[in-house]
Design a protein around this ligand. Structure first.
Ligand SMILES: [Zn+2]
Length: 382
């Protein structure tokens, strides 16, 4: 059987299977849906819908109301959710929007449907319930430049889809699968879609990374600085595709080198406010290095005492966009502490600028993914 025919048959099977699990009513739309938290603590928000819509109780799938065109402020009123003049006496409502491009939340356009839930604090959780493919279209623009080579965009689409699918499986029992900010992947909905990034999503439709047949958290970072990081060093994830590889590709990245200087006094203030009991900084040195060359911690000595701060805590303490990676050298010059480092980000998984330069030099998206996730396979989503 040809691979295209196999792919079509498999796709049909997956669609039929998933449809049974998906939204009971979404105007005949099919596919896998992801729940993206757009607003997590809203007192009110503006909602506009173009075209027909139906309001549904997501617990029972019962249709509460039907309408056409809506322009309303949504808020909590006692035990109800208010949509303009319409009062829904439910904890949560799902609005199925007929026009797949007809939804606007606080001025930003989204695809597909919206779920609105009342929280205990009388605020609202607002979730865009969107097809996984459309979700990926809404994040690529935020993760990479849409002017990047198509092979790098394809690789990024597969990595983002894999990461999202992993989150969907992990968070099944939670109120949402992902957030729309940096804590998941930044998502801007339809407003953030661009032609070249959409093309990369369509060209890789349904393709994900698996290791031994299983989806894994396909992390990525901006620039690894010469060697990607082992996920086991940062989180308790011990997986061959995330063990770290040499990267000779990102040396021309604009984020390859960084440096940051602050006074001993400024550093002392931050260290003390984080609960480390030390009264002055007399010496500062790395506590050790992991196999990728990154510093595991920083030793700071005063006259009588020495404290050791884990490197990832130090990044958060000073600011992750100032101490851009844990791959750095540290020295003191007079009253200053000087950090000189390589790369930007945690360094686990695909190096995005490495992928850019691999694509520039003629590598395919498959080459890129094989390089950064050794042992992983590109497979069609099941
Ligand atoms: Zn790199």
């Amino acid at each position: 059987m040809g691979s295209t025919v196999k792919k079509i048959l498999l796709y049909t099977f997956v669609l039929v299977a998933i449809c049974q699990l998906s939204l009971a009513s979404c105007f005949g739309r099919q596919g896998q849906y992801i729940r993206v938290a757009i607003l997590q603590d809203a007192v009110f928000f503006s909602l506009r819908i173009r075209g027909p819509y139906e309001i549904q109780d997501p617990r029972t799938n019962k249709i509460i109301s039907r309408g056409r065109n809506l322009n309303a402020t949504v808020a909590v009123y006692s035990d109800s959710i208010l949509l303009g003049n319409f009062k829904a006496d439910y904890n949560s409502i799902l609005i199925n929007v007929n026009n797949p491009q007809g939804l606007t939340i606080n001025g930003r356009r989204f695809r597909d449907n919206i779920q609105i839930s009342r929280k205990d604090n009388a605020h609202l959780l607002v979730t865009n319930v969107v097809s996984l493919e459309d979700y990926i279209k809404g994040i690529l623009y935020h993760e990479v430049s849409h002017y990047w080579p198509q092979e790098a965009l394809r690789a990024q689409a597969i990595v983002c889809r894999t990461y999202a699918l992993y989150q969907m499986r992990e968070n099944k029992l939670k109120d949402f699968d992902v957030t729309s900010d940096i804590y998941s992947q930044v998502y801007g909905g339809l407003t953030s879609e661009r032609q070249r990034t959409n093309l990369a999503v369509e060209e890789t439709n349904g393709d994900i990374l698996t290791y031994q047949g299983r989806v894994f958290p396909a992390f990525f970072s901006a620039t690894c600085g010469g060697h990607t990081e082992d996920a086991a060093e940062l989180w308790k994830i011990d997986l061959p595709p995330l063990k770290g590889v040499v990267c000779d590709f990102c040396v021309e990245s604009p984020h390859y080198k960084w440096h940051y200087v602050l006074s001993k006094q400024e550093l002392l203030k931050k260290v003390v406010s984080a609960g480390y009991g030390i009264d002055r900084i007399m010496a500062i040195s790395p506590a050790g290095k992991d196999p990728s060359g990154r510093i595991t911690g920083l030793k700071i000595s005063s006259l009588l005492k020495e404290v050791s701060i884990p490197a990832k805590d130090l990044r958060n303490l000073i600011g992750p966009n100032l101490i851009r990676s844990t791959n750095f050298e540290v020295s003191t010059v007079n009253n200053d502490v000087v950090f000189e480092g390589l790369g930007w980000g945690h360094g686990v998984g695909m190096c995005q600028w490495g992928a850019y330069f691999m694509a520039k030099s003629g590598h395919t998206y498959i080459d890129i993914l094989r390089h950064y996730y050794p042992g992983a396979e590109v497979t069609f989503m099941q």
